[in-house]
Design a protein around this ligand. Structure first.
Ligand SMILES: N[C@@H](CCC(=O)N[C@@H](CS)C(=O)NCC(=O)O)C(=O)O
Length: 323
């Protein structure tokens, strides 16, 4: 675990001292956008054109933020036009690595940097910006032509995937329709702060009060969603939206990791009948199971976070995620 300072790698754990023991997530740095031909402005350096074969997506199969982008790659049938590879689940002194390891092969995604054959993800960041300072995170959407990072923000990447390549793929499914945009943004905001990032605030808290301050709103939101799902199959009614998929990647990790490792243990998702059925409903959408690698997920958290789990022992359970 570390970060880049002026392009140099430093091995250092999250610093919570300045924030009374609270974990504060830093902002993503690369926020460019891919546009379809009709909206692309070649004079704007933040614009990248939608083209088949031009982009590569680097993910971690363990990471809930990267998982969103993999899901959108499946839902929007982008697999043939955007290549994907993943990092090794262990994130230790060198951060994310492309270390080949036959114990962690995935049937779909190889651990590899097929473009540069770099050993570490931080080399991608310094390739894109030689004096980059900040965290080295996944997902990373890479442009093979300009040899740089388009975006390292999953919330943006899934919106790019939702629209930019429609004319190329012919897939016009819309998970962020204009008429629901305001409601999606509103529920995303609550779920991001209290659930997606809320589990990290619990797990990375280094004081009792910072932990408790995060735990209460996390379970308030889960209770709120449980109630909402009594009458709706999805968060915003009858149709799946982006908001459901953003929540899904946290829920699928909850009982296996966040409940124990991050101390989010008031209840399991298995204890909420509606949330559990909802999780199964989303899990059963065609091709979604191909994006879930519980081995990478459990290994990453329990083995990489030595400050939380110094023995690095990875638990065997849970025996089931669904009723
Ligand atoms: N805002 C980013 C956050 C991504 C993120 O934090 N990814 C984690 C993996 S789960 C990471 O790479 N962490 C490395 C670090 O913080 O050093 C996004 O949503 O894309």
């Amino acid at each position: 675990m570390g970060l880049l300072v002026d392009g140099k790698w430093l091995d250092q754990w999250y610093d919570t001292k300045a924030n009374q023991g609270k974990f504060v997530r830093s902002q993503s740095e690369f926020r460019n956008w891919v546009y379809p031909e009709s909206q692309f402005d070649e004079n704007n350096p933040q614009h990248f054109p939608a083209e088949a074969g031009r982009y590569h997506l680097y993910v971690s199969l363990a990471c809930p933020w990267a998982h969103r982008t993999l899901i959108f790659s499946k839902l929007k049938q982008l697999e043939d036009i955007i290549s994907v590879s993943c990092v090794h689940p262990d994130m230790l002194e060198n951060g994310w690595e492309f270390k080949h390891d036959s114990d962690f092969t995935d049937p779909q995604f190889s651990i590899d940097d097929p473009l540069h054959h770099f050993d570490f993800a931080h080399q991608l960041y310094t390739q894109a910006k030689s004096d980059y300072s900040g965290r080295v995170t996944v997902p990373i959407l890479w442009d093979k032509q300009r040899n740089t990072i388009v975006s390292n923000e999953s919330a943006d990447i899934i919106r790019i995937f939702n629209r930019a390549f429609n004319e190329i793929t012919g897939n016009h499914l819309d998970f962020y329709p204009a008429e629901k945009a305001k409601d999606i943004d509103q529920i995303n905001d609550r779920i991001y702060n209290t659930v997606n990032n809320g589990v990290y605030k619990c797990g990375f808290a280094t004081t009792q009060s910072a932990y408790e301050e995060a735990l209460t709103p996390l379970f308030d939101t889960l209770d709120f969603i449980e109630h909402r799902l009594e009458t709706n199959p999805y968060l915003l009614g009858e149709e799946q939206t982006e908001a459901d998929w953003r929540l899904f990647t946290t829920l699928i990790r909850f009982d296996a990791v966040y409940f124990g490792h991050f101390k989010c243990n008031l209840k399991r998702i298995l204890d909420y009948p509606n949330l559990n059925a909802y999780l199964k409903r989303l899990h059963d959408v065609p091709h979604i199971d191909e994006t879930i690698n519980l081995q990478h997920i459990k290994r990453h958290y329990y083995y990489s976070h030595k400050t939380i789990n110094p023995t690095q022992v990875v638990p065997i359970g849970p025996s089931t995620l669904f009723r």
